[in-house]
Design a protein around this ligand. Structure first.
Ligand SMILES: *Cc1c(COP(=O)(O)O)cnc(C)c1O
Length: 419
């Protein structure tokens, strides 16, 4: 392919400006806590976080020593039994939950079922479940399923103009829109829902580990999140459920597994919930996966969450500025520009977003595509540098200038589906 003069392709600000930001980055030290492959700019930490260096040894130890040698004694001897609460408390610390209110286990989808059902049962006299028409599919499907079970009506709304009527039992939203990266005002929405007598369930999949959330402070009624995005717990790592102290004694959780029973080893025939957040345990937890999450959380040692948010926004500012320079190439920024309305990924719209995503991946810049026309670039401040963002956008500029993405190998029918 004929190469136009790429050296002449200036993008602003220049790389030196990005390097300057890196030189002053108070979080530069956390990058060494991850193994990111050489030559890769990883902008998909909002889908699968990178591998924290400590995870390998922790999982190896859990397999070879704990399982291999200590066998069943590990449930007590190596703390397997208390993993869901232990890991839950550490996640809680990142989402503003005091100890004893978060349990780790199962998938986000399962935890949504738990949370939505229990929340609706707190308002038995109300018939409506409000959710975002743009919410992540599983959140919408679970809302529909819970509504079918409990005889509720699901109303899909736009969180931007939220109205909560007196018939609303539950408001169930994601803090960050998974497509556009828009961040909703968790505090104001919670206050509004409470003023109308409803309870609120937050999905923090795209928020936990990357922006400050104060679940106790805002008085959320329940929350869920995964651990494989910005919490870097690895593929299929278990999710978490926040159930505040005030609801624990009355929460009627639908999945009454034996591990959530009072005195689980009494092996009684009838269920009776355990005290505290332990009632939200279900069955035997995925120990190996939870060991990985626990080790992954060590990357937070000595890290100021405010610095993480500040860097996330600054990386986003740089990305947006560089993306604005590609307007004539058909690139538009979909994510809100104001920091208070932005999560930690930036979505760019382009009619050939799929092909651009593939061409970027071929150059080692890994983002993802969301149908029909979004290129989603996740900014994980613990392992990304400003120079990484610059390099990624320079690669995008080059691809657009040379029309590299129009090569047949990047056509949608030529490549595996990117999830
Ligand atoms: C990632 C994500 C999920 C994932 O659900 P799983 O059950 O873990 O597959 C759910 N909801 C939202 C908003 C997400 O971003």
């Amino acid at each position: 392919m004929a190469q136009p003069k790429i050296e002449a392709l200036a993008i602003h600000p220049d790389r030196a400006a990005a390097e300057e930001l890196d030189a002053r980055d108070p979080l530069a030290f956390t990058r060494a806590r991850f193994s990111v492959p050489e030559g890769v700019v990883y902008l998909d930490g909002n889908s699968l976080g990178a591998l924290p260096t400590g995870v390998r040894a922790a999982v190896l130890d859990a397999v070879s020593r704990q399982w291999g040698q200590d066998l069943i004694g590990s449930w007590n001897g190596n703390g397997w039994w208390t993993l869901p609460e232990r890991v839950g408390d550490r996640i809680g610390a990142l989402v503003g939950a005091a100890p004893g209110q978060v349990i780790c286990g199962d998938s986000t989808s399962v935890q949504l079922f738990q949370a939505l059902t229990a929340a609706a049962r707190l308002r038995p006299d109300r018939r409506v479940l409000l959710t975002d028409a743009s919410n992540f599919p599983t959140d919408q499907y679970l809302a529909d399923a819970v509504a079918r079970l409990l005889g509720l009506e699901v109303r899909r709304v736009d969180p931007a103009g939220l109205k909560v009527g007196a018939d609303v039992a539950v408001v169930a939203l994601s803090a960050v829109d998974y497509r556009t990266g828009e961040l909703w005002d968790v505090e104001a929405i919670t206050r509004q829902a409470h003023a109308a007598g409803a309870v609120v369930v937050w999905d923090l999949c795209h928020a936990a580990g990357v922006l400050p959330v104060d679940l106790d402070g805002v008085g959320a009624d329940a929350a869920v999140g995964c651990t494989y995005k910005y919490l870097n717990g690895g593929p299929g790592s278990p999710a978490w459920l926040y159930l505040p102290h005030r609801h624990q004694p009355v929460a009627d959780l639908p999945l009454t597994g034996w591990m959530g029973r009072a005195d689980p080893f009494g092996l009684a025939g009838a269920y009776e919930p355990a005290e505290g957040v332990a009632r939200a345990r279900i069955g035997t937890p995925p120990v190996l996966s939870m060991v990985a999450v626990e080790a992954a959380l060590d990357v937070w040692d000595g890290v100021d969450p405010a610095a993480v948010r500040a860097k996330s926004l600054a990386l986003g500012d740089l990305l947006i500025t560089l993306a604005d320079g590609l307007r004539t190439d058909g690139v538009t920024v979909v994510t809100p520009r104001e920091g208070r309305r932005r999560g930690s990924h930036v979505s760019l719209r382009h009619e050939k977003a799929y092909e651009l995503c593939q061409a970027l991946i071929a150059r080692g810049v890994v983002g993802d595509f969301r149908a029909p026309d979004l290129l989603r670039l996740g900014l994980a401040p613990l392992y990304l540098s400003y120079a990484d963002v610059w390099d990624a956008m320079r690669a995008l500029a080059e691809i657009l200038a040379t029309k590299e993405h129009e090569a047949p190998r990047f056509r949608r029918d030529q490549t595996a589906v990117v999830t």
